[in-house]
Design a protein around this ligand. Structure first.
Ligand code: IPM
Ligand code: MN
Length: 348
């Protein structure tokens, strides 16, 4: 019996999570596994009512689940930064979900903005460090609000944090057919931080002689992702660069409507989410694309060890995008949110 914490969150989060849970229900019946969900109302609405984002003990409680399924975080009436920091980042950091795993895979039949590129060229995975870097929240102001103001935002790179991320990426690369890993950094400018990354990468690489390694500066990675995405199999990178290149990745795989990710603690409780935001203007209209949330549910099944079920969800999504929906964009799918969920269930 799997214990799943569900945080539908803000905006369109609840709508897409509902479709993901619909698929989970159907696939559990097909494969005969049991699970129990507990829903948490964390998000903007709760914050505005109570003034708190996560109550005391919330992280301990979430840590007691096998996995967490998250919809979206971000509320138009809450100042940017509060929910992001005290909910999303608090869970990522608090549960030490030190990997952010983001597959960039173009399914057959999906429109891609890149000319002459198809599913054969766009199939890689980004392993983003998820517990430190520029996201560590270290820094401060001096003389705030004066002409002499100083703002410092420190990039924290620990040998332990960097090495465990790189090691995880090598394992991901080893598990794939191509077995190729690219370090994406900026060693020519971040001569301390990314020197550490480069050294850790080179040292861990010795243990993985079956994995081919490569290096590219982050600006060049952006260029290649557009020009020759087939260069990449697995990319490992720091938190901030990973955030940026995975939005670019989402665009070349067909948009935010399909992009999913996992915040992974390989030894603890992981959290799966569609990587797009809460899309306030589409909230409650039954128009948002639930496929990213459904793909996140597939990744969650993989994490639970339900490999067959995960694969089945993935191929159902592939069938729906190639044979049914007209576009992955909001209002252009040719189907409503709930109908797309039904199509996936039918294709299981
Ligand atoms: C993401 C998001 C978050 C991030 C924000 C909402 C804090 O952009 O999951 O990529 O920067 O990690
Ligand atoms: Mn992002």
């Amino acid at each position: 019996m799997y214990k799943i914490a569900v945080i539908p969150g803000d905006g369109t989060g609840p709508e897409v999570v509902r479709e993901g849970l619909k698929v989970l229900q159907a696939v559990s019946e097909k494969f005969g596994f049991k699970y129990k969900t507990v829903e948490f109302d964390y998000g903007g609405e709760r914050y505005m009512k109570t003034g708190e984002v996560l109550p005391d003990g919330a992280l301990e409680e979430l840590a007691g689940f096998d996995v967490i399924y998250l919809g979206a975080v971000g509320h138009p009436e809450v100042k940017p930064g509060i929910l992001e920091k005290d909910l999303l980042l608090a869970v990522r950091f608090g549960l030490d979900q030190y990997i952010n795993l983001r597959p960039v895979k173009l399914y057959p039949g999906v429109d891609c903005p890149l000319k002459d590129k198809g599913p054969k060229e766009i199939d890689f995975v980004v392993v983003r460090e998820n517990s430190e870097g520029l996201y560590a929240g270290s820094g401060g102001f001096l003389k705030k609000g004066t002409p002499d103001e100083v703002a410092l935002q420190e990039m924290v790179n620990t040998r332990k944090g960097v090495e465990r991320c790189i090691r995880y990426a090598f394992e991901v690369a080893r598990s794939r057919d191509r077995k190729q890993l690219t370090l994406c950094a900026k060693t020519n400018v971040l001569t301390y931080a990314h020197d550490l990354w480069q050294r850790a990468f080179n040292e861990v690489a010795v243990e993985y002689d079956d994995v081919e390694t490569d290096y590219a500066h982050v600006d060049a990675v952006c260029m290649w992702m557009v020009k020759s995405p087939e260069n990449f199999d697995v990319i490992v990178t720091c938190n901030m660069f990973g955030d940026i290149i995975t939005d670019l990745g989402a665009m070349i795989q067909g948009g935010m409507g399909i992009a999913a990710g996992g915040n992974i603690n390989p030894e603890g409780t992981s959290m799966f989410e569609p990587i797009g935001g809460s899309a306030p203007k589409y909230t409650g209209k039954n128009v948002i694309n639930p496929l990213a949330a459904i793909c996140a549910c597939g990744m969650m099944l993989e994490d639970l060890g339900e490999t067959e079920a995960a694969r089945t969800v993935d191929s159902a999504v592939a069938t729906v995008v190639s044979e049914k929906v007209k576009s992955l964009s909001v209002k252009k799918m040719g189907f409503s949110t709930t109908e797309v969920g039904d199509l996936v269930v039918d294709a299981l």
